[in-house]
Write a protein that binds this ligand. Structure first.
Ligand code: NAD
Length: 495
C-alpha cells in the first residue's frame, strides 16, 4: 500500500523533523498542533531540511509533498492513512489525542507514537482499535538520522509492525524492531546512562562541559558512529576478540568506576553549573547555526561511510539507489515523456559546498551535473541497478563541456538531454543545463560505450534498451543539431 497522506499531530522539535522527512520523500502531510506559532517555527526546520537534502544525495528526489496546516484534529486525520503523534511526553495528553484521532480517522489508519519511553501497551490502553498503534521512536534531527526504534504493545497487530518496517525503510530510514517493550526502549536507556555519568563528572568538577564533549567527539564518539559498542570492543580485544576483552575488563564491573545507581540531585545549583558551562562553550553560535553545523557533519559522516560501504552509509546508498531508479521511472513511465523535445533528466538546487571562492559553481560540479544527467538518461533507457547487476553497463569515453553563464549557491537548475546517436554499441548524448529563469548555463556532450562487465569489452545493449534508444533517437533526429555539438576546445564558433 502506497502511503500518500500522513497526519502529523504535534509539530514541535520531533513533529517538524517527521514533517520534513515525509515532504522530502514526496508524501503529503497534514499538520495539527494546538499552538498558534507552529507554522512559523516549522518553516525554519523545513528550510534547514531542504538545505540538508540538497547535500545528502545527488539522486533526483521525488517532488516535495504538499503541507497543509489543519485547524482541527478532524481536518488533519480524516483522509490520512498514517498518523504520527509527537505531542509532549505525558501519557494523559497522548491518551486524549488518541481519543480524538479515533473519533475522526479511518479505523484502519495506522497510529505511530514518537514517545521516547512510554510503553506502547500503556499508550493503547483506552483505544477502540489498539491493534493499529505502535511506537516509532526517532532521533533528532529526524530528517537526517536513519534509525527508528519500532516497538509494538501487547495489542499491536504483527502486520502493522511489518508495514511500519517497510514504510520507514522507504523513507531512507533504518527501522530496528525492539521485540520486548521496556520503558525508554534501547537507545534512550543507553543515552540516559551516559547522561547521568556526565552530570556527575561536571558536578564533581572532574571536567567541564567542553572537555567532556571533546573526550566524546575526538574519541569514542567517532568509533560509535561506525561500529557501535560490541564490534568496537571486539577489536579492542585484539586477535582473541570479544572473549579476551571480556576477560580483561570483566573484573572492572565490580569496581566503583561508575555512579549509575546514584543520580545527582536536580536543583538550581546543578542547572546553573551545567547551563553556565554550556553557554560558555557554545553560546556564541545560534541554535539554527549549530543545527546547520550538526547537519553538515552528519551528512559528511554518512557520505564517508557510504564511500566505505559501511553502516549508515549503506542505508544511504540503498535509499539513493531507490531514488535514482524511481526518478528514472517517473520520467520513463506513462505517456508524459515527450520525445519530441530534449528530455528533462535532472532538477536540483546548487548546494552550498559546490561553489568556488567567487561563489559560482565550480567546474567539477558541472561535470557532476552532466554525469548525473547521463545516469538519469541511462536509467530511463533501462540501465538501472538491476541491469548493471546482470552484467552490463555504459562507460563514458569522451566529454566536452561549455561554460556559458554563471550560477550561484541555492539557485535552481535543470538539465535536458538530446540523444544525437543511439544505435549500436555507442551512444552520443548532448545535455543542456538551464537556470530556472531560462538561461542556458552550460552544455555537456558525452560519448558512451555499452560494455559487458564480464569481458570489459564493447557489447550491444539488451533488445529492450535498444528499442527505447532507437525510439528516442528517431524523434531526436528531427531536432536541430545543438549549437556547439562536436566542438573541441579552442575551436572558433564558425566550426
Ligand atoms: N526532543 C527529542 O529529542 C525527542 C526525540 C525522540 C522522541 N521524542 C518524543 O517526541 C514527542 C514530542 O517531543 P518534542 O521534543 O517534539 O516536544 P515539543 O514540545 O517540541 O513539541 C510538542 C508539540 O505538541 C504540541 N501539542 C501539545 N499538546 C497537543 C495536542 N493536544 N494536540 C496537538 N498538539 C499538541 C505542542 O504545541 C508542541 O508543538 C515526545 O513524546 C518526546 O518524548 C523527543
Amino acid at each position: 500500500m502506497i502511503i500518500q497522506t500522513v497526519a502529523c499531530i504535534g509539530g514541535g522539535v520531533i513533529g517538524a523533523g517527521w514533517v520534513a522527512r515525509l515532504l522530502e520523500n514526496g508524501i503529503n502531510v497534514n499538520v495539527f498542533d494546538s499552538a498558534s506559532d507552529t507554522q512559523q517555527k516549522m518553516q525554519a526546520v523545513l528550510s534547514n531540511a531542504d538545505r540538508a537534502y540538497a547535500k545528502l544525495t545527488m539522486a533526483q528526489r521525488p517532488s516535495k509533498g504538499a503541507i497543509a496546516f489543519s485547524d482541527s484534529m478532524q481536518a488533519a486525520v480524516e483522509n490520512a492513512q498514517w498518523i504520527i503523534e509527537s505531542v509532549p511526553e505525558r501519557i494523559d495528553i497522548k491518551h486524549g489525542v488518541y481519543a480524538e484521532i479515533e473519533k475522526y480517522a479511518a479505523n484502519d489508519a495506522v497510529i505511530a507514537s514518537s514517545t521516547s519511553g512510554i510503553m506502547p501497551t500503556d499508550l493503547q490502553r483506552n483505544m477502540l482499535h489498539p491493534e493499529r498503534l505502535f511506537v516509532a521512536h526517532p532521533f533528532n534531527p529526524v530528517y537526517l538520522l536513519p534509525v527508528v526504534e519500532i516497538v509494538g504493545g501487547e495489542k499491536t497487530a504483527s502486520v502493522i509492525i511489518d508495514r511500519a518496517k517497510t514504510f520507514y525503510a522507504s523513507l531512507g530510514m533504518k527501522p530496528i524492531h525492539v521485540k520486548k517493550e521496556i520503558e525508554a526502549f534501547v537507545a534512550d536507556r543507553l543515552l540516559e546512562a551516559i547522561w547521568r555519568e556526565s552530570l556527575w563528572l561536571i558536578k564533581d568538577g572532574i571536567t567541564t562541559t567542553q572537555e567532556l564533549d571533546d573526550i566524546v567527539r575526538f574519541g569514542f564518539g567517532l568509533r560509535y558512529a561506525q561500529m557501535g559498542v560490541f564490534e568496537t570492543y571486539r577489536i579492542a580485544g585484539g586477535e582473541a576478540g570479544m572473549r579476551h576483552f571480556l576477560a580483561q575488563f570483566g573484573p572492572c564491573l565490580k569496581w566503583p568506576w561508575t555512579k549509575l545507581m546514584d543520580v545527582p540531585e536536580y536543583n538550581e545549583e546543578l542547572v546553573e553549573l551545567i547551563a553556565g558551562q554550556s553557554d560558555q562553550q557554545s553560546g556564541h553560535i545560534s541554535i539554527r547555526e549549530l543545527e546547520r553545523i550538526r547537519d553538515d557533519n552528519l551528512i559528511a559522516i554518512q557520505q564517508a561511510l557510504k564511500a566505505n560501504d559501511w553502516g549508515a552509509g549503506q542505508v544511504l546508498a540503498e535509499y539513493e539507489k531507490k531514488l535514482f531508479d524511481d526518478g528514472a521511472r517517473s520520467v520513463s513511465t506513462g505517456n508524459e515523456v515527450d520525445y519530441s523535445e530534449p528530455i528533462l533528466t535532472t532538477e536540483r538546487r546548487i548546494p552550498p559546498d559546490w561553489t568556488d571562492y567567487n561563489n559560482h559553481m565550480n567546474e567539477a560540479r558541472y561535470l557532476q551535473c552532466f554525469g548525473d544527467a547521463t545516469d538519469a538518461f541511462m536509467r530511463m533507457a533501462g540501465c538501472d541497478a538491476a541491469y548493471i547487476e546482470s552484467g552490463s553497463s555504459f562507460f563514458t569515453v569522451e566529454t566536452h563541456i561549455r561554460h556559458l553563464d554563471e550560477v550561484r549557491v541555492n539557485e535552481p537548475i535543470h538539465t535536458k538531454t538530446q540523444l544525437l546517436a543511439g544505435v549500436g554499441k555507442k551512444i552520443h548524448l548532448f545535455h543542456f543545463m538551464y537556470h530556472a529563469d531560462g538561461r542556458l548555463l552550460a552544455t555537456g556532450e558525452h560519448m558512451l560505450v555499452h560494455v559487458s562487465l564480464d569481458t570489459r569489452a564493447a557489447s550491444f545493449p539488451s533488445q529492450a534498451m535498444q528499442a527505447i534508444l532507437s525510439a528516442i533517437a528517431e524523434h531526436h533526429a528531427r531536432l536541430p543539431i545543438p549549437d556547439g555539438a562536436g566542438r573541441a576546445v579552442g575551436q572558433s564558433r564558425q566550426h
